[in-house]
Every structure is written in structure tokens, then in C-alpha cells.
Design a protein around this ligand. Structure first.
Ligand code: N2P
Length: 390
């Protein structure tokens, strides 16, 4: 009743005002002196005029709701594309005008992109949640990005050997598992036995060459072409046993295309979960080779020619919220450098020694690094010769 009355009054006031409109200028409002504080700046991040953000990331590397949540909160429309490996990202960046505002290189690989001036410096004052990051983790990245000027951590993991336990045991036929799991995919006496159930390698020179070099006792990121000859000779011996070079490893593992694979730790765990969920009996396991997994730290960076750098910084800040870091571990099996996220990570994930490694396994990892531009030709040639079987 009361409401209706008020509404009626308001309507008649509007009507009256409209009718009585004459040309008389309204008196200028008298300056009001006030001691009240200026109104607070609107909460939320500074955004670019165009509410668009173009992200280029690896496949299967973001939780289901992260993009939609960011869009809803900020009104920024996110275009999200994926690339298969560091080489593909690199080619896109070097060509210029990629159109991307955030890309996610592996830090070691991306060093030459920093050196080549392909990235902007990050304005950390626009990322308040930067404070959530673990300083020790950031110190590791500083090894390739001094002062942490360009790279903001996304997630990390390691390239390793994964197996379908039942299939591998059957194929080995009583032969014991090697102590160094890299033997399964690099040593002919094992690879010959596993070729029947399928050996799959990641399709990327920068994944295969460092582990191959390390396996033959050379520096994983050697700059010496002679070392590559040795790694190439070792690889050539198992070439005929490799069934597939894959860029869709989760699908290939879960789809039963192989029994031993060189893949990423989290993806092998995702495939394992998928097999379990669909009622599969076989166990998919990422192994922790005594010969060490190849660590990767993937990081967000803003290309020099990005059109929406403020939107990019706003997304980085959003991503670095503790709950988003925790979701990457809980849902995607990849740990982050987000220290504030740790208390929110589920016990079963924290307790999984193939996600959160023991100190012993951590010490064995092949540390972050990268090949220089100069040796990249040799890396690619060695890989391509191996793949072609020449
Ligand atoms: C893909 C995540 C792994 C990226 N799902 C390896 N750098």
C-alpha cells in the first residue's frame, strides 16, 4: 500500500517536471564546500578499453570453470587457444603479431624469447596476489628470468616415463622392471619387448633431447654437437620400437594406444584417473626414474605486442588467488608455486608422491634449463632425423 503511494507520487513528480519544462536555465549549483573524503576508486582491477583477453596455453591445463569465472567477474571476454609444444609457441611468437595477451612458455625454453625481446616486463604493482608466490620457487625461475621480470608461474611438473602396469608386466614376461625407468623406452632389450603393446613418445625435440642426453651421461642442455651425436645414436636403436609420436597423450594413454610412454607427470595422472572413472582395470602410473624426470616450470608471459596488457595482468592476479592455485593441483594434478594455496590442497593430492615429490626424487630431477638459439638447429635436426628413422 505504502509502496504504491510512493510510486504514484514519484510518477506525478516526473510528469509535472516534464510539463513545466521551460527554457529557463537552471541556476548553477553553488559550490559545495565539504570536508568529506573523495569517493574511493572503484574496486577491482584496471582493465583495457577493449574487454578482451587472448590466451595461448597447453591443452588440458586449466580447470573447468576458471575462464568462465574470470569472465563473469570482470566482463572481459576470453579467447582461449592451445598449442602442442614449446616449438609451436616459439614459432608463433617469432613470427610476431600473434594476437595473444598471455602465453605460457616453459621457463627454461622461454629464456631465449626473453633474450630476443619478445616479452614485456610485468608490472607487479598490478598483481596484488603476487604476494602469494613462494619466494624459493621464484628464485628457481630467476635462474632463467633474472629479477622475475617476465615470467609469472602457472604450474610445474616433470617429463617422465609412464606405464600401463599390467600391460608392461605382461610384455616383459617375468623380466624384472629396470631400476632406471628410462631403460623401458631407451634401452633396446626392454623397448623390443614393449613395442608390441606400444611405446609412445611426446612429439617435441625439447622434451626428448634433454632426457636422451641425460640418459647417455651428457648434460641435459648440452651445447656440444658431439653430445647430440651420441644421443641420436642411442635413439636410433629404439626408433623401430616407437609406435607413436603424440601431442594428445591423455587420449592416447586412456584410449589404450600404448603401454609405455614419455609424457608429462600430471597428464599421466589425468589419464590414470580417466581410466579409473571409466571402469578400466589397468593401472596407469607415472614412474619416478632413478635417472631423474625432466622438470618443467610453465609460466605466464605477456608478448611485447599484446593489445590487452592490463587485462592480462588482471587475469594473472585472478589466477594467483590461493583457491585457483589449489584447484590446479586438486583438479589437474599439477602443483603451482602458489604458497598460499597449499592449505587448500586435498590430502590425497598432497600425499601423491608423483605430484608432490619426495625430497629424494626432487633431488634427482633434471633441473630447469634450456638450449640456446645457437644449438637449437642441432636439437631439431637430431630429433627430426630420429623421427624419420634416418
Ligand atoms: C599439459 C600440461 C603440461 C605442459 N596438460 C608441459 N609443459
Amino acid at each position: 500500500m505504502m509502496k504504491k503511494h510512493v510510486l504514484a507520487l514519484a510518477i506525478s513528480a516526473v510528469l509535472l517536471a516534464a510539463c513545466g519544462k521551460k527554457e529557463e536555465p537552471a541556476p548553477a549549483p553553488a559550490p559545495v564546500e565539504t570536508t568529506a573524503a573523495a569517493p574511493a576508486a572503484p574496486a577491482g582491477p584496471v582493465l583495457d578499453d577493449e574487454k578482451v583477453l587472448n590466451i595461448y596455453n597447453w591443452p588440458d591445463y586449466i580447470t573447468e570453470t576458471m575462464i568462465a569465472d574470470f569472465e563473469k567477474e570482470t566482463g572481459v571476454k576470453v579467447n582461449y587457444d592451445t598449442f602442442e609444444n614449446n616449438e609451436a609457441l616459439h614459432a608463433k611468437l617469432v613470427a610476431g603479431n600473434s594476437g595473444y595477451d598471455i602465453v605460457i612458455p616453459t621457463a627454461g625454453f622461454g629464456k631465449k624469447q626473453i633474450d630476443g625481446g619478445l616479452y614485456q616486463e610485468i608490472d607487479k604493482t598490478k598483481i596484488p596476489n603476487y604476494a602469494n608466490l613462494d619466494p624459493e620457487f621464484m628464485a628457481k625461475i630467476a635462474g632463467v628470468d633474472p629479477g622475475n621480470k617476465h615470467f609469472v608461474p602457472w604450474a610445474w611438473g616433470f617429463t617422465t616415463v609412464g606405464i600401463n602396469k599390467q600391460k608392461v608386466e605382461k610384455a616383459l614376461g617375468g623380466m624384472p622392471m629396470p631400476e632406471n625407468a628410462w631403460d623401458l623406452v631407451f634401452k633396446p632389450e626392454y623397448a623390443n619387448k614393449l613395442k608390441g603393446c606400444g611405446i609412445i613418445y611426446l612429439d617435441s625435440p625439447s622434451e626428448i633431447l634433454p632426457v636422451a642426453l641425460h640418459y647417455v651421461g651428457k648434460p641435459a642442455y648440452s651445447e656440444n654437437p658431439e653430445d647430440f651425436k651420441e644421443a641420436g645414436a642411442m635413439l636410433a636403436k629404439v626408433r623401430k620400437d616407437v609406435r607413436l609420436f603424440s601431442s594428445t597423450m591423455i587420449d592416447d594413454i586412456a584410449g589404450g594406444k600404448g603401454c609405455a610412454f614419455i609424457g608429462w607427470s600430471g597428464d599421466i595422472n589425468i589419464a590414470a584417473d580417466r581410466v579409473k572413472e571409466t571402469g578400466g582395470k589397468d593401472e596407469i602410473v607415472p614412474l619416478l626414474p632413478t635417472g631423474g624426470g625432466l622438470v618443467f616450470i610453465d609460466t605466464m608471459a605477456i608478448p611485447k605486442d599484446a593489445k590487452h596488457p592490463n587485462n592480462a595482468l588482471a587475469f594473472m592476479d585472478f589466477y594467483l588467488r590461493a583457491e585457483n592455485g589449489a584447484a590446479m593441483a586438486n583438479e589437474m594434478n599439477y602443483p603451482t608455486g602458489n604458497k598460499a594455496a597449499l592449505p587448500m590442497i586435498k590430502d590425497e593430492v598432497k600425499g601423491n608422491k608423483t605430484i608432490f615429490l619426495s625430497d629424494e626424487d626432487t633431488a634427482r630431477l633434471i633441473p630447469t634449463g634450456g638450449f640456446s638459439n645457437e644449438v637449437s638447429g642441432v636439437v631439431n635436426d637430431t630429433y627430426n632425423a630420429f623421427k624419420r628413422g634416418k
